[in-house]
Structure formats: structure tokens, C-alpha cells
Ligand binder design. Structure first.
Ligand code: ASP
Length: 310
């Protein structure tokens, strides 16, 4: 099977100044994941490598440079899901793990449970050989400045370099046909300590089923959870491919784009929420949709070119 890879770097109103950095982050994430997939490596290794690039890049809201909570601390959430076994590994409210996706993978592979939070998750990480960092090491200067402004005035998107979101995600299929999806986030800025959004929740921020496809979401978590957005999008991939445009005419969207579009429509219709998602169908066809002004994403085209956009 021809491998496939799609990544995202979050939805929302990404300002013009951040567009190039978001595109280049997505490009580097594709390069990291594709160097593994193109040499016959596993989809799990590929999504981990892709997400780690995005977590390490402070332009995205995941790992280093995540938004701060009301107490001025980073609290990260992440999930990795295996489309063959339907098993997930997820972790939430992490304060001392530099690459939350690494811990999510360890939970997927080596933990009897599917989700761990807070100190319990961090002590499992340590036991698995993941070095813990100091909480301050995850705080970027830009986010600290933004947080100070929010504290002194009122929480506002403009304080956060004009954009609030920047969750990251990836979906990959390898040459052996194995499908994995992952999502990693610092959550929403100025969130209450202990708040967990959609991102690490199976079916909400991420879902993978080899019989249909895999998806990773971004956007307003409290709305995404209501419609179990990632599972909804993957379930839409099971429908026969009949595309009807908003006008009622036939259109030429792929099944993957159609599933993504309809899932985001449902999010808007039932919750008035905003967000976006990326997905791969089980054949590796990419799809994406968002109802925010922008979303950063990238995928490997059939001719193996990296396409990125914001
Ligand atoms: N969905 C994430 C959350 O609510 C935020 C985001 O995607 O930007 O935690």
C-alpha cells in the first residue's frame, strides 16, 4: 500500500505574521513523518516524529510554548490511537512532559489503561524512561507575556499574538496498511487549572478505525466534545460516496473531504462551535475542513509533494 500522511497545526484566526511559521512547521512535520513512512517505517513512528516537531515549535499550542492556564502554568493533553486494535493511549494535564505524544504512545503500548492524568501520568512517564522537565521549561516568553496581559486586563486573543489556537495532530497509514492518528495540545489559554478539552478524549479530538479512516480535530473543545467530532467524521467515511453541494447540485468533493465538511457542518449546526479537522480515509485519501478563518495543515500528495496551507 502507498503510505499516506496528513498533519495540522491548529485552527482559528491565525494572523498574517504567523502564517509562514505555521506552514514551515507543518512542512517540517511532514518531512519528519515521511522520512519514516517512505522507507517502510511504521505509521506510529511517523506520527510520533511529526507531532514532536510541532510540539517543539513554539508557534503551536502543544508542548513547549503552549498556552498558559489561569495560574500561569502549561498543562498539556495528548492522545495516540491505533486504527487496527481501536486502542488509544492518552494523557491529560501534564506539567512536566516536554513531548506529551511520547507519553501517549507509551500508554498505548505499555499501560493496562487507556488514559492517565496529572501526577499519575507523570510518574508512569518516569517509569517508562521519559525524563521529566521543570514546568517552567515549557513556558515560552511570548506566552508568558500574553498571560501577563490577560491577567492585567482581560483575556483576549490579541494578547496571544493574535491567535488562540494551535493544537497539533497527525494521521498516517504505512506501507503495511496500519493506520494511526494523534492529537496534542496545551488547551485553551487562561483555562481553569485541571480543565481538559476534546483533544485527548477518544472519539472527540482523535479517532482511528482501519475499517473507515482516522481523524484529528482542533477548535473549541467544549463544542467538539458535544458532537464527538473525530468519531463523527470517521463514521461519515463509511457512507456511500454521493456528494451534494450546498446548492443541491452534484459536486466533486472526495469522500474524505465530504466527510470532513459534513462533520464541521454538524459542529456548527448543533453547537454553533468553531473548529476544524484533518482525516485520511482507509485508502489514504486526505480530507480537511474548518469553519474558523484559518487552519494550518499539510499532507503528502499522490506525487509525493508536500502540500501545506494556512
Ligand atoms: N481543542 C483544543 C482544546 O479545546 C484547543 C484547540 O484545538 O486549539 O483544548
Amino acid at each position: 500500500m502507498q503510505p499516506a500522511l496528513i498533519v495540522h497545526g491548529g485552527a482559528w484566526d491565525i494572523p498574517d505574521e504567523a502564517v509562514d511559521a505555521c506552514k514551515s512547521g507543518c512542512h517540517r512535520a511532514l518531512a519528519a513523518g515521511w522520512s519514516i513512512l517512505s522507507q517502510g517505517g511504521s505509521a506510529l513512528d511517523a506520527i510520533e516524529a511529526a507531532i514532536m516537531v510541532l510540539e517543539d515549535d513554539p508557534v503551536f499550542d502543544a508542548g513547549y510554548g503552549s498556552h498558559l492556564n489561569l495560574d500561569g502554568r502549561v498543562e498539556c493533553d495528548a492522545i495516540v490511537m491505533n486504527g487496527w486494535t481501536l486502542r488509544a493511549g492518552a494523557a491529560a494535564t501534564l506539567q512536566r512532559v516536554r513531548n506529551p505524544v511520547r507519553l501517549a504512545r507509551k500508554i498505548l503500548e505499555s499501560c493496562p489503561h487507556m488514559m492517565l492524568v496529572a501526577e499519575g501520568a507523570e510518574s508512569f512517564a518516569k517509569g517508562q524512561g521519559i525524563k521529566l522537565c521543570r514546568p517552567e521549561e515549557l513556558v515560552s516568553e511570548a506566552e508568558h507575556e500574553a498571560w501577563m496581559k490577560c491577567k492585567g486586563n482581560k483575556h483576549a486573543a490579541e494578547h496571544h499574538r493574535g491567535h488562540e489556537q494551535g493544537t497539533v495532530g497527525a494521521v498516517a497509514i504505512d506501507a503495511a496498511g496500519h493506520l494511526f492518528a494523534a492529537t496534542s495540545t496545551g488547551g485553551t489559554c487562561c483555562k481553569l487549572p485541571g480543565r481538559v478539552g476534546d483533544s485527548p478524549l477518544i472519539g472527540c479530538g482523535c479517532y482511528a478505525d482501519s475499517e473507515a479512516g482516522g481523524a484529528s480535530c482542533t477548535g473549541y473543545g467544549e463544542a467538539i466534545m458535544k458532537v464527538v467530532l473525530a468519531k463523527t467524521a470517521v463514521d461519515f467515511l463509511r457512507r456511500p460516496a454521493i456528494c451534494v453541494a450546498d446548492s443541491g447540485d452534484a459536486c466533486d468533493l472526495s469522500t474524505a473531504d465530504l466527510a470532513a465538511r459534513d462533520a464541521v457542518h454538524l459542529l456548527a449546526k448543533r453547537t454553533h462551535g468553531t473548529g476544524g479537522l484533518i482525516l485520511l480515509d482507509r485508502y489514504g485519501n486526505p480530507g480537511f475542513a474548518f469553519n474558523t478563518p484559518r487552519m494550518a495543515y499539510g499532507y503528502v500528495a499522490p506525487d509525493r509533494a508536500f502540500l501545506t496551507s494556512v
